[in-house]
Design a protein around this ligand. Structure first.
Ligand code: IPE
Ligand code: MG
Length: 235
């Protein structure tokens, strides 16, 4: 979710104004995902590098985050939206950590959409974290280091047990991954749009889904192998 600051600047307003508009865009995209029957949405809300922004902006983002959680969590749960947080939480205030834990533990009758919110998240951190967990288990004699494979490694990453994303969308015009889900993006379709995050509405989201549907996902195979023609399906 990139471009809140520029969106505000174009309107001669403070960056905080853009972040508030960004929260409304999150709401709209969650609704659009439900309508489009997307099952998992992962939002990069705050990276481990975002702490180096001016202190006032970081404070505002934390405040906004807490207020949005308190305001929206119950309604989201009522609409079948399960919230999860990925990232290193120890740096957040006790209030924020409590609000995160509370919204994650909400009991849902039916789950229509899982929303992962990445906060103080970094893809490299995630990988190192998984390596540490496996190293500890090996040291304790619980696992054999030679038995570690991609599947077992993945189970220790913070997105587990959810599948890797099919589509990655970055708004705001930069063509970078910026330390998002590094491991998981290996075969994800990447989509970059100049639309600034507060302007990213259902129409913009559906344009991304349409582009995704046009892509041919080969996973290393040839085009003939993956084409949907019946004679090729057995290759
Ligand atoms: C993304 O918008 C919001 C967060 C990272 C929290 P930016 O704040 O990065 O907006 P620009 O890039 O300055 O326009
Ligand atoms: Mg930015």
């Amino acid at each position: 979710m990139d471009g809140n600051g520029r969106w505000a600047k174009h309107r001669h307003r403070p960056r905080a104004f853009g972040h508030r508009a960004g929260v409304q865009a999150v709401r709209k995209v969650i609704e659009a995902c439900i309508r489009a029957k997307v099952e998992v949405l992962t939002l990069f809300a705050f990276s481990s590098e975002n702490w180096s922004r001016p202190e006032g902006e970081v404070r505002h983002l934390m405040d906004l985050f807490l207020r949005a959680l308190r305001k929206e969590a119950r309604e989201l749960a009522g609409n079948g939206v399960r919230l999860r947080f990925i990232g290193e939480r120890s740096r957040f205030s006790p209030e924020l950590r409590a609000a995160m834990a509370e919204s994650e533990s909400a009991a849902l009758d039916v789950v229509r959409l899982t929303v992962n919110i990445a906060v103080n998240y970094g893809g490299r951190w995630d990988i190192v974290n998984a390596a540490q967990a496996l190293a500890r288990a090996a040291l304790a004699g619980q696992i054999d280091p030679d038995a570690i494979d991609q599947a077992s490694f993945e189970q220790h990453l913070s997105l587990a047990p959810l599948p890797e994303p099919d589509l990655f969308i970055r708004t705001g015009g930069e063509a970078r991954i910026s330390n998002f889900l590094l491991w998981h993006l290996a075969y994800t379709e990447l989509y970059f749009t100049p639309v600034l995050w507060p302007d990213f509405d259902e129409t913009a989201f559906l344009a991304a889904l349409t582009e995704f549907a046009r892509r041919e996902r080969r996973f290393g195979k040839t085009s003939d192998q993956v084409s949907s023609k019946p004679e090729a399906a057995h290759v």
